[in-house]
Design a protein around this ligand. Structure first.
Ligand code: ATP
Length: 273
């Protein structure tokens, strides 16, 4: 058996940290969407589990049992070779590992395998939403998902090449009990009204991230200065930030502007949904 899977980048359009459980897990309220850009996985069933990691962002990604893809396959009892092509920068707040693990679980399920209940959440807070790979409001510690209808959003993703460790960002968070998102998410006609509403919501991890990693603040400033930007914000715990635009043409133009000024930054025009 051979199979292929796509693991799209996960973007947190909002990320409100609303509390902390006694076991230390943070409670979140986050609007999550996915890009038309991501990692690719090729699976070949066999006797034993093995992984090879290739691609632009392979360096630094483990190709053994530390890889979330390995953990996902092992949890579902699947064996064989997995070739993981890393297009997404790792440790970038766009769920590289979580989306790869979710793609692995989807493939196993599509091939008739059984996934033990609770596997996705055990692999990580972002894995359940990545399993859906569609717009969702994510609450609790990542287990409560409510599908959301959103317009397609032209966007630019920018990563300055610094990895910000998620535990350090949460540790630097000043307040752990912030207000949740508005109870009702309206129906949006176009990227413009969606961005206007998003502007009234937050990513509570943005402030600790910009103090720990000044590069993130630099990216946000650069995105704000691009032509026709509707909104700019950090995704997840960083360091990748995104900006929204009214059209893909505007997003591509912004990619050109940022790419010319900062050739060392990873910068991709994408469509989010
Ligand atoms: P999230 O947005 O879910 O918080 P992230 O985008 O910040 O995640 P990842 O890309 O998942 O972070 O990478 C975090 C670390 O996990 C990496 O530094 C790497 O060592 C490890 N890792 C394990 N499996 C993978 C994988 N399949 N792809 C990328 N990194 C992985």
């Amino acid at each position: 058996m051979k199979a292929k899977a796509f693991a799209p980048a996960k973007i947190n359009l909002t990320l409100h940290v609303t509390g902390q459980r006694v076991d230390g897990y943070h409670l979140l309220d986050s609007l999550v969407v996915f890009a038309d850009l991501g990692d690719t996985l090729h699976f070949t069933a066999g006797e034993a589990l093995s992984i090879s990691v290739t691609g632009e962002h392979a360096a630094g990604v483990p190709s053994d049992s530390r890889n979330l893809v390995w953990k996902a396959a092992e949890a579902a009892g699947w064996t064989g070779h997995i070739d993981l092509n890393k297009v997404l920068p790792h440790g970038g707040g766009i769920g590289g590992g979580s989306s790869d693990a979710a793609a692995t679980l989807r493939m196993i399920e599509d091939e008739g395998g059984a996934i033990p209940p609770g596997t996705a959440l055990r692999l990580g807070a972002d894995v359940p939403v990545c399993t859906s790979a569609s717009p969702n409001r994510m609450r609790g510690i990542g287990e409560r998902l409510d599908p959301v209808t959103l317009p397609h959003l032209p966007a630019l993703l920018v990563n300055p090449g610094v990895e910000v460790p998620t535990p350090a960002i949460f540790a630097a968070l000043q307040c752990r009990e912030n207000p949740p998102m508005a109870e009702e998410i309206p129906v949006f006609e176009a990227p413009q009204d969606c961005a206007e509403w998003l502007g009234k919501q937050r990513n509570d991890l943005e402030s600790p991230a910009t103090s720990l990693a000044p590069d993130v603040a630099q990216v946000l400033d650069a995105l704000k200065d691009t032509k026709k930007t509707l909104l700019s914000r950090m995704s997840g715990s960083g360091s990748t930030c995104f900006a929204l635009y009214p059209t893909m043409k505007a997003a591509h133009f912004a990619a050109y502007e940022i790419g010319a000024a900062h050739p060392d930054w990873w910068c991709r025009a994408v469509q989010l949904n």
